[in-house]
Design a protein around this ligand. Structure first.
Ligand code: FES
Length: 77
């Protein structure tokens, strides 16, 4: 972790950048993944909502970039 990175989880010293990196580079798609891979939100859990907000925001960016596969099984031809 670099000196000027914004710390999100003070219990475990996890930065916002580490959370984002875990989503984009390690494929985290849920809070369980984030907690397991970074230890963020595994202590007092005060940061849980903030970490979850980052997760949802980054997952939205992935959808915008077209990385989500959408299949409509109800489509009639
Ligand atoms: S601040 Fe993240 S678990 Fe306590």
């Amino acid at each position: 972790m670099k000196k000027n990175e914004k710390i999100i989880c003070h219990c475990n010293g996890v930065s916002e950048k580490a959370v984002v990196k875990t989503i984009h580079q390690k494929g985290a798609i849920g809070m369980n993944d984030i907690q397991r891979l970074t230890l963020a939100a595994t202590g007092c859990r005060r940061c849980f909502a903030q970490v979850e907000e980052i997760l949802l925001s980054e997952l939205d960016k992935l959808k915008v970039n077209g990385l989500q596969l959408k299949i409509n099984f109800n489509e009639d031809k």
